[in-house]
Design a protein around this ligand. Structure first.
Ligand code: 13P
Ligand code: SF4
Length: 326
């Protein structure tokens, strides 16, 4: 069935990533890239790639790229029959929730998230009993089961707006303790939090950033809000991965440290060659489970399909759609 696309299809793609991918390595990618292009056409499939995907996925086979918020919006709007999530499991669940008609595939079922693993639906029910009447704002980095117990979801790109939209002086914001504390500092709204952390962002320290500033005069530091508050406090700007992208686009040139996952700087370096990216970073082992080889297998074998219990999906969808309406 799979007639591989002609070689000419990949010409020019290497130019996008040649500064990041050695020629020898590229040779090992070409066949998978050509096969993926063919399979996408045959299946009427789109590949959604999070900003933390490696450059050969992000720049060479994905159709839609962005932060968690953008991927959710695009999943809702696509008319593709198949959505391949080059991201982690909660993103694939969110895509399925918002687009039940499409078949949603994740190339590796073990692509999880330390935040999503930190909390269950039963935990949310207990929090509600303990703090009756306080609205529950749930970060999208959670399972559908947890979203189903929530009033509204948020991403790092809209957390401040979502929290302020509720008009209360207290919210339960779960499961990322640091995101909640960072939003508390921005809004003055009291947060009841959960002890969940991103295993990538929790490792950054203020000392590391201060050392970088000493070594690289003029450095501008952009930190993801999943970082501890003391890291955000010594940074120049904090925002989602898409907000970091916008910042770099709007402040062309200079030296920038992105306090986030490693592929973020690689991917922005392709788009903004005039900016010098200083590269200490932490790797997300879950995002890195997605490869060109397993994306190809995913499309060949239609694996692994993400399905949701319809009743739970409908409750979870309400919390996500309420967020998207803001
Ligand atoms: P955003 O891309 O929404 O900022 O999220 C970062 C993240 O950690 C996703 O897992
Ligand atoms: Fe989860 Fe952190 Fe990895 Fe994002 S970077 S998927 S929050 S562990």
């Amino acid at each position: 069935m799979n007639q591989i696309a002609p070689r000419g299809k990949t010409d020019g793609l290497y130019d996008r990533v040649r500064h990041l991918v050695p020629e020898m390595e590229w040779e090992t990618f070409v066949e998978d890239i050509r096969a993926i292009e063919t399979l996408k056409r045959e299946r009427n499939a789109v590949i959604l790639a999070h900003n933390y995907q490696t450059p050969e996925i992000f720049h060479c086979v994905s159709d839609i790229r962005g932060d968690s918020l953008a991927l959710a919006r695009e999943a809702q709007n696509t008319d593709a029959d198949v959505i391949v999530m080059a991201g982690v499991h909660f993103m694939a669940e969110t895509a399925k929730m918002l687009n039940p008609r499409s078949t949603v595939l994740i190339p590796d079922l073990k692509a999880g998230c330390s935040l999503a693993d930190s909390i269950t639906g039963a935990d949310v029910r207990l929090l509600r009993q303990r703090y009756p009447g306080v609205p529950v704002v749930t970060y999208v980095n959670t399972s559908a089961e947890v979203k189903a117990e929530s009033d509204i979801c948020c991403t790092s790109g809209n957390a401040k707006r979502v929290v302020e939209s509720l008009g209360t002086d207290r919210v339960i914001m779960i499961p990322d303790e640091y995101l909640a504390r960072n939003i508390e500092a921005e809004t003055g709204i009291k947060m009841i939090t959960w002890a969940g952390h991103c295993e990538v962002h929790e490792r950054f320290t203020p000392g590391e950033i201060e050392r970088m500033r000493a070594d690289h005069p003029g450095l501008v530091v952009l930190a993801h809000p999943e970082c501890p508050p003391e890291v955000v406090a010594v940074s120049d700007f904090s925002g989602s991965t898409a907000m970091m992208d916008d910042y770099v686009r709007d402040h062309k040139g200079g030296r920038i440290l992105l306090v986030t996952e490693c592929s973020m700087s690689d991917n922005l370096a392709v788009r903004y060659p005039q900016t010098q990216f200083i590269r200490p970073c932490n790797m997300c082992p879950h995002m890195k489970r997605i490869t060109l080889a397993n994306i190809r297998q995913s499309l060949e074998n239609m694996t692994h399909e993400v399905t949701l219990d319809p009743a739970m999906a409908s409750r979870a969808r309400r919390a996500v759609e309420r967020m998207l309406a803001i």
